[in-house]
Unconditional design. Structure first.
Length: 200
């Protein structure tokens, strides 16, 4: 075989090897350039620019919203007219914050990738006689809340009059299960299923 033919055969063998490898990986060969877009980027979860100025307002509230379905992050929001009036007491504060969590994110929040998973029909029910004094009971069992809803509630309530003095929150749900104490930890913020709280 001539040198030229050997070169052609070697080149053809190389092409067939590449084609076979692509087929084995489930990749269909194409002669058309394909733009697969940019590589995935890490979620920044940066609050909207309006959030910083809202944080200096007396009628603003700090909420934890779900950022791009990956974690909950804090956002400062000007309170709605319905919940902007001064409140006092654990239940009144919790009611106000719950109403804000149930509001759909504004345009700035939505464009920054924020959403809420707290159900519209969620409400507080009366504390059971055997519950601790700082407990809050919800109308839905905690294990039936949508993903991240528990983290939104705990992190939003912690550090406010709705929570306990040690920056924890005692929550219970509808049913016989005892309430549990929760902290706004990194595990809770990124995957609420990683923590079951602690007994009280």
């Amino acid at each position: 075989m001539s040198t030229a033919r050997r070169r052609v055969a070697a080149a053809l063998g190389a092409v067939l090897t590449v084609t076979a490898s692509a087929s084995a990986c489930g990749i269909r060969a194409t002669s058309v350039p394909v733009d697969a877009g940019a590589a995935p980027s890490r979620v920044s979860c940066t609050a909207p620019s309006a959030s910083a100025s809202a944080g200096t307002s007396a009628d603003s509230v700090r909420l934890y919203l779900v950022c791009r379905g990956a974690q909950v992050s804090p956002v400062w929001r000007a309170a709605s007219a319905a919940s902007a009036a001064p409140v006092a007491g654990r239940l009144a504060t919790a009611d106000r914050l719950l109403a804000e969590l149930q509001r759909e994110p504004g345009p700035d929040e939505s464009s920054a990738g924020f959403a809420t998973t707290v159900p519209d029909d969620l409400k507080f029910i009366g504390r059971y006689r055997t519950d601790p004094a700082d407990a809050l009971r919800l109308s839905i069992p905690l294990d039936e809340l949508p993903p991240f809803a528990l983290a939104q509630l705990v992190c939003t309530f912690a550090g406010t009059a709705a929570g306990s003095t040690d920056d924890t929150v005692v929550l219970g749900g509808l049913g016989s299960a005892a309430p549990r104490r929760y902290s706004c930890t990194e595990d809770l913020r990124t995957n609420a299923s990683r923590t079951a709280g602690t007994a009280v």
